[in-house]
Design a protein around this ligand. Sequence first.
Ligand code: ADP
Ligand code: MG
Length: 918
Amino acid sequence: MDSALGPPEAMAEKREELTPMMRQYHDLCARYDDALVLFQVGDFYETFCGAAERTARLLEITLTSREDSTGEYPMSGIPIDNAESYIEALLEAGYRVAVADQVEEPGETSGVVGRAVTRVITPGTLTEDELLASDDNNFVAAVARGDGSGAPSDDDALALALLDVSTGDFLATSSTSSEAITDEISRFDPSEAVVGPDASTDLVPADCMVTPFDAAVFERERAASLLSQYFGQPDALVAGDAETRACGALLAYAEYARGGEHGQADDTDEPADAGNSEPAPPIDASQRTRLEYLTHLTRYDPREYLLLDAVALRSLELFEPRAVHARDDATLVGALDETASALGGRKLRDWVRRPLLEPDRIDARLDAVEELTGSVQSREHLHELLRDVYDLERLIGRISRERANARDLRSLRDTLAVVPELRERLADADCERLERLHETLDPLADIRELIDDAIVSDPPIEITAGGVIAEGYDADLDDLRATARDGKQWIDDLEERERERTGVDSLKVGYNSVHGYYIEVTNPNLEAVPENYERRQTLKNSERFVTPALKERESQIVGAEERADEREYDLFCDVRRQVADEVERVQTLADAVATLDALVSLATVAAQYDYCRPEILEPDAGSDDATATGDPSGLEIDIEGGRHPVVERTQDSFVPNDAHFADDERLAVITGPNMSGKSTYMRQVAQIVLLAQVGSFVPATAARLTPVDRIFTRVGASDDIAGGRSTFMVEMDELATILRAADERSLVLLDEVGRGTSTADGLAIAQAITEHLHDAVGATTLFATHHHPLTDVAEDLEAAFTLHFEVEQDEGEVVFEHEVAPGAATGSYGVEVATAAGVPETVVERSRELVDEAASDGTAVTTTDVERSAEAVAATADGGDVPTDIAAELRALDLAHLTPVEALTELDRLKQVLENER
Ligand code: ADP
Ligand code: MG
């Protein structure tokens, strides 16, 4: 175990001797032995011993020590006020953090202050706004396998449950295919996963942290019982045993993160015991740690959505740009996101993550987008209103977890205040989707009224120091406040009265925190002091007095104020609980607002960037059986004037291109020189299809298409060096997946496949793949290649055709037209591209010579220009007039993994070497 976790050895050896506080620390570390315990001491979270050394190094904070009668312990502390940034760093370093707060006031107890772990912070269970992206979900996943004791089909079922603890989004799915589960994990991109004992951690993609957790929570009985405590009988909720286990385990983990111990006792209710050696009595954990705002579980079948695996998500740049230096929003979702609220941002991401398949559902969204696109005024007004919407989901989560303050309640109220207007804007809506939203947008007038009545309009952050509850909400509170006010008024008037009574005009009434209220008389006037004044304090020039009546008033004021603060706190908690009881209504509203925001965003983008409504075609009824037969599928993609949604925004002038695919023209072999636009074209076709299935308008002048079931992509080595996935093995692995899983309802993009090996091999593989996709799979395929002979292959295949990108030569300069045309490219222009890229003239000249030599010997016609150039140099080297170490260097060059410019630079260097040797 990590030496920073678990009870420090130095303490464990002599637990009985430790001071009560250190024993408390030791015991909490023992109980949360898989987390780093942050132990509140006053204004700091402290760590001791190994944990202190580790955190000091990690967080670059001072390592001190604490000495008591039992020894000296290394110690380091982080200030509670800005603990969040430190905790974030600990999470990034792979720790879970157990926050042990003081749960008693130091004055309240005679012994050591009670402490309890109030939350365990893990990457996947964050609820702290500071640590979360506002417009994206943060999921924790659980993966489990059924044990076959349920339905027969459960035997090898794998299930995935996903939970966003901050919003309450909870999903479950299952499949007999482990690949399908891995794909779903990639889709939701959880930051943490717990994996059941029978499931393999290999299912979880490498970028997701796998957290070890008590295997017992995956047991069926236990999982089922927890699941039913939340949502009712598992049988009615989820499909089978595996899902029950995954969901139950995930709930247990979420409860654990709230400071509960997944069903075992803990000490949150017994703070005074935390320092004792006796364990706390067992209590039902669900009573304290239960997450009441988890009100529904959504189960889905991956086959209901367009399937996108990790490779496709990445290469289509849905959520992350591929280029290392690209702007963060140079993504598909970035191009679509004009949402005004965090709620809408998350909804939009969910839609992009799971594009639809059914034309009816797609058209329902498109209808709404169309209507909103058409009415500019209404759309802009809605957008404005939505900007005033707070993050309702996280607000109600906080309210339910009793972590909300009075300002949060006011934020909820302010959001509710917007709803009637949103509703009114939709009153005349024509399409069904917007009509339904109009109905669902319930302004929750009762909740708003409650908050309006109870909470002052600009409350303090602190909830225990008064000033939170509005006048007139509670008679007792008003009385207490009146008493305090009367007392203060009496004291305010006292000065005037006593001046009159004593005739001393300089007499003053004042207050200090040690002695309370006093009457101050300067030394020359002391003779005028009446009998009932009692001396309190002697200063240099004056004396301070109190009177019995003043003392009485004072204790009246203090007593009333203290009781008022307590009363306010109780009332606040009560209001918060009342609101929390309405969690489902708030969540329903939140979902409606989020949907509206996402639709308005799509409409805004459509209008702003001149998108068109795609016509969605019904898939052929006859092609339902998903076996790869190569039979006609009726799949059709027709795009006129299509544009790449991301590239067109960064390009001064983007050249639109058409695309046409149907049963008899379903495989396109695309050729053209480097930089001519092949990759951009292929991606834009896939992205337009994807956008349409999201229910968005698309960047084209017209589009008609049948929804596809799955998009596959394989981007060749030369295009993916930055991603570090450039080995031949990876390429073959991805191809194998495509060939195995694609069918006639798939859209396949192959970009420069067959590059990671020798030319002859590469071409052979490319040709075999083309034939297989054409004959056996029948998928709609776009294949960009530098293997020119592949265009001949395409001519021979019935439903294949060729496309190419030409370049113009203008006085030796290349000009890219970026325009796709039927037929094969006549040649490639690598060397000219090098000129355009600014490669030195000498190098370019030499390259031209080499290309010509290679062309005349006729053997290398299938390679790219640069490869040809280099190979020609190597051939010359063999001729004898080149030093053999250069020949060796040339042979060692890994051409498949060099970009053209890198290759030319390398040639230039070698040439310099030769020159120098002469
Ligand atoms: P290839 O795959 O043929 O090497 P790319 O598709 O990567 O070429 O395109 C190279 C560059 O050309 C892109 O980065 C983009 O800047 C530009 N480009 C591509 N297609 C177009 C287009 N249709 N209109 C304008 N510029 C384009
Ligand atoms: Mg390319």
